[in-house]
Design a protein around this ligand. Structure first.
Ligand SMILES: N[C@@H](CCC(=O)N[C@@H](CS)C(=O)NCC(=O)O)C(=O)O
Length: 224
């Protein structure tokens, strides 16, 4: 779905849709790259937004448009931006000792945490009344919990997912934890809360919050 484009393209980078697009906006803010956010209203139905469907016929968000380059998958987009517009301190080069941890947590944030957290929420909490004791939702929660142990172990050893410094792996994992807490999938453990405090106390995060109006707040539901 990608092709190369020139770095000095007149078109700014466009992020289509919030949701996991928050990760992309957060990275763009951290890297200081100009961009615009194009809202996509999934509640109205992506199929009713022909401009968006031309960008992503799959109808899911986020998508990235950078000149002639169009791509989907939030974590792949993070990797693309770091490779295309780096080097950046938020990326780790393959020769660096922190590279395996960086790459692992970059992907674990979506594949290991966000996807099962979504299943847990959709299956157990969001579904129709009689379907809330849903097997798929429970399985999603179990998978989410097991992957979370890797985050817990990492936080016993280091302040960030790739070690001593904040990277895109923290954007990936941090987003999943924020989302799971806000949707009531889970309360965060004390080390996770400290970690979330650390990764969100950044100008890049604050800038992303200003751009992404639909999010409103990452606060947990009342009583959590
Ligand atoms: N793995 C994808 C997941 C994309 C995804 O599921 N996005 C959600 C909103 S954040 C969505 O568009 N759901 C509607 C749908 O899949 O039709 C990513 O990281 O970008």
């Amino acid at each position: 779905m990608t092709s190369q484009t020139s770095a000095d393209s007149a078109m700014p980078i466009t992020v289509w849709g919030e949701g996991r697009g928050f990760r992309v906006v957060w990275l763009l803010e951290e890297m200081g790259l100009p961009y615009r956010l194009r809202d996509v209203d999934l509640l109205k139905g992506a199929q009713n937004d022909p401009e968006f469907m031309a960008i992503n016929p799959g109808g899911f968000i986020p998508a990235l448009q950078d000149g002639e380059t169009v791509m989907v998958e939030s974590v792949a987009i993070l990797q693309y931006l770091l490779g295309r517009y780096g080097p950046s301190p938020l990326g780790v080069e393959p020769g660096h000792p922190a590279y395996p941890a960086w790459l692992q947590f970059l992907h674990l944030g979506e594949a290991g945490l966000m996807t099962p957290a979504f299943l847990s929420w959709a299956g157990s909490g969001f579904g129709p009344e009689g379907a809330r004791d849903d097997w798929t939702g429970k399985l999603g929660f179990e998978i989410f919990q097991s992957r979370r142990r890797l985050v817990a172990r990492q936080l016993e050893q280091a302040p960030y997912m790739a070690g001593e410094v904040f990277t895109a792996a923290d954007i990936s994992v941090g987003y999943a934890l924020l989302w799971a807490r806000r949707q009531g999938v889970t309360a965060l453990t004390s080390p996770e809360q400290t970690y979330i405090g650390r990764v969100t106390d950044r100008d890049g995060f604050r800038g992303a919050m200003k751009t992404c109006h639909a999010i409103g707040s990452w606060d947990p539901p009342p009583g959590r």
